[in-house]
Ligand binder design. Structure first.
Ligand code: CUK
Ligand code: CUA
Length: 639
């Protein structure tokens, strides 16, 4: 989206003003249906029907809302440290944020995708991309915790990610900014020769979920933007949108918009897989961090992976084709049948819809119009199912309801447009407040959309909430799409910049949630299996405090014999075996000592006192009537 903001800066300003004015005339009251309140009302004590996972943009984390209420129910820390539960602070979790550039504890999180089986959501994992430091994360949906983060080498910015194939065989990553492979020192003006973009295919282990870069396809320098996997008949294919095929490296907002078409890159990943297996690839030296959280030892660790297998399209015939797509396509979205591929040229005044069937015929008949660095370019008309004419301005992203309809967000004209896949007729349009980016229908990018609600994630909030100084919250809007006309039901604020989201029927995972960790399976090396097992152990200037927490005391609660210059590790085991009873741990006047320990779990934090004194420590989570009493003292003596 930031890309677009830059490229369209003037256009946006004009259109945004225009759309704001036109929206102003139509007040929200006039577009909200009369019984909207009752349709989003979830009575106290009742559950929402859907989980809505929303990307946190520059907050780096993922938030979870209930639909239709729009209530925020969870923040899942992924790429950013999170004081609320000590993620990135505790000794157990900090390795999750390791990269080859050290600990990167922030990112720009754009897209989410739920794991699938047979093209349908299976409720196992949620994948998240990092757009700044190229990474892909996997979150376990039984405990809502980040289990794995894999860094992507040979890439700068990972935008077209983390979309998955129908059986989660692969999760993809793709270069936003082309760079020379292997961090080569070359003039920027040698872009065309030396800069490359890469599409990475990350295999996901069926049972454990473990990710591994299976192969990287090396493409000419340009910007990969978004992607989606084929479905059903197009199962073997992956479609990426790309822009800047002009290969500009300066003033992109002008120079990357010269041609009237860029491409949808169609990758036959089954073919690529065969080429990778049959030795057509080249091993390219690379180093990248692979961080995993081990539920057994309760600790994250980092492996620095070496080398990647790369595939050059030149060596791999029939693996990749280019499909011309009007000006700077953004979304690349595949309908539930797998037949239609929608490419939304954000600078185009129409939406091109491609037919998988026609693409296959075009390939068979060699209906090409030249090549792009040796990759055949299929004739536009030969691949085209048709164009949605005059849909609105600035088409971005498309989702599907599973009833033959598509919904496309229009950034510039600030609306969602519903159209029919078969005859490409526009059926309905609903204003958004304002400037919608992605939209989301639960399951709307799978073979079986739930198709009840649509959520618009808006870029500009303006007058929708109480003003809060120069920075306003980001916003989402909920529409009912069960009828012929979309009906706006609700606005709800979101955290960070929501790009994409995923919606999952709550019934799929709500009864599979971990309520507490079995203390008998706690294999953290610093566990205390009961208050009697607590101790303080000195080794040189290192002090290990084995501590327990249970309503309502910390054991030991008086610690002496610690000196300025010592390195003190607190290993706090939460002995509770009950749902929703975490204990916190913090030390007065001490930086970054911050834990929240789940029942049955051990978490460790390092404290390096630099001043003598008596340091009170305490539980930070109001856990019982005697929570305030859950405290103790550490005495730090001069050396
Ligand atoms: S992008 Cu944000 S609205 Cu990064 Cu998926 Cu299109
Ligand atoms: Cu434990 Cu408050």
């Amino acid at each position: 989206m930031h890309i677009m903001k830059r490229a369209l800066i003037t256009l946006c300003a004009v259109a945004a003003v225009a759309s704001l004015q036109s929206c102003k005339m139509k007040t929200a009251d006039s577009v909200v249906s009369g019984d909207a309140a009752s349709r989003v009302y979830v009575a106290p004590g009742k559950y929402d029907e859907f989980y809505n996972f929303v990307s946190g943009g520059f907050s780096g984390n993922v938030t979870v809302y209930g639909l239709p209420s729009g209530r925020l129910i969870k923040t899942i820390p992924v790429f950013s440290v999170f004081p609320e539960n000590g993620y990135g602070y505790s000794e157990e979790t900090k390795a999750m944020l390791n990269t080859t550039n050290g600990k990167v504890d922030w990112d720009d999180q754009h897209h989410l995708e739920l794991s699938q089986t047979n093209g349908k959501q299976d409720g196992r994992w949620l994948f998240a991309n990092a757009n700044n430091t190229p990474r892909v994360a996997r979150i376990d949906l039984t405990n809502f915790r980040t289990q794995e983060i894999l860094q992507i080498p040979n890439s700068a910015g990972n935008h077209s990610s983390p979309f998955t194939t129908e059986n989660t065989e692969y999760v993809v990553a793709g270069t936003r900014f082309s760079v020379p492979l292997g961090d080569a020192d070359v003039p920027i003006s040698s872009f065309k020769k030396n800069f490359k973009s890469t599409a990475s295919f990350i295999s996901v282990d069926k049972n454990s979920g473990h990710m591994k870069i299976a192969f990287q396809i090396v493409l000419p320098g340009m910007n990969l933007d978004l992607s989606h996997a084929g479905k059903g008949p197009s199962h073997d294919w992956f479609f990426f949108s790309c822009y800047n095929t002009e290969q500009a490296y300066t003033m992109l907002e002008v120079n990357a918009s010269q041609k009237d078409k860029d491409f949808i890159v169609a990758v036959n990943w089954k073919k690529a897989e065969e080429y990778a297996k049959s030795g057509k690839g080249h091993i390219v030296p690379a180093s990248y961090a692979h961080n995993t959280f081990d539920e057994n030892t309760q600790k994250a660790s980092t492996v620095m992976e070496k080398d990647v297998l790369t595939l050059d399209p030149k060596d791999c015939p029939d693996m990749i084709y280019m499909i011309p797509c009007p000006k700077s396509p953004h979304g690349a979205d595949v309908d539930p049948t797998g037949e239609y591929i929608v490419g939304s040229g954000k600078l185009a005044a129409l939406i091109p819809v491609f037919s998988f069937d026609k693409i296959q015929t075009a390939i068979k008949n060699k209906s090409f119009e030249g090549d792009f660095y040796g990759i055949p370019v299929i004739k536009y008309e030969a691949a085209l199912h048709g164009e949605v004419k005059k849909p609105g301005l600035g088409p971005l992203h498309t989702e599907f309801d599973g009833k033959g309809n598509a919904y496309t967000s229009m950034f510039l004209s600030s609306e969602v447009v519903k159209w029919r896949l078969s005859d490409l007729q526009v059926l309905d349009r609903a204003p958004t407040y304002y400037s919608v980016g992605h939209i989301m229908i639960p399951g709307g990018d799978t073979r079986e959309p739930s198709g009840k609600y649509l959520v618009a994630y808006d870029k500009i909030t303006k007058d929708r909430y109480l003003p809060t100084g120069p920075e306003l919250c980001q916003s989402a809007q909920l529409y009912d799409i069960t009828g012929d006309k979309m009906q706006l039901l609700l606005d709800f604020p979101t955290t960070g910049e929501p790009h994409y989201g995923q919606g999952l029927p709550a019934s799929m995972i709500k009864d599979k949630q971990v309520k507490y960790f079995d203390i008998n399976k706690n294999h953290n090396e610093f566990v205390s299996m009961g208050e009697k097992k607590t101790k303080v152990v000195r080794t040189g200037n290192r002090v290990d405090v084995y501590m327990t927490a249970i309503r309502s005391h910390l054991t030991p609660d008086n610690i002496e014999g610690v000196f300025v210059g010592d390195e003190v590790y607190f290993h706090v085991t939460n002995l509770e075996q009950d749902w929703d009873i975490p204990h916190g741990f913090a030390i007065k006047n001490s930086p970054s000592v911050d834990l929240l320990i789940m029942p049955g779990e051990t978490q460790s934090i390092k404290f390096s006192p630099v001043k003598q004194g008596i340091y009170p420590f305490y539980c930070t989570d109001f856990c019982s009537a005697l929570h305030q009493e859950m405290s103790g003292y550490l005495r730090v003596s001069p050396k």
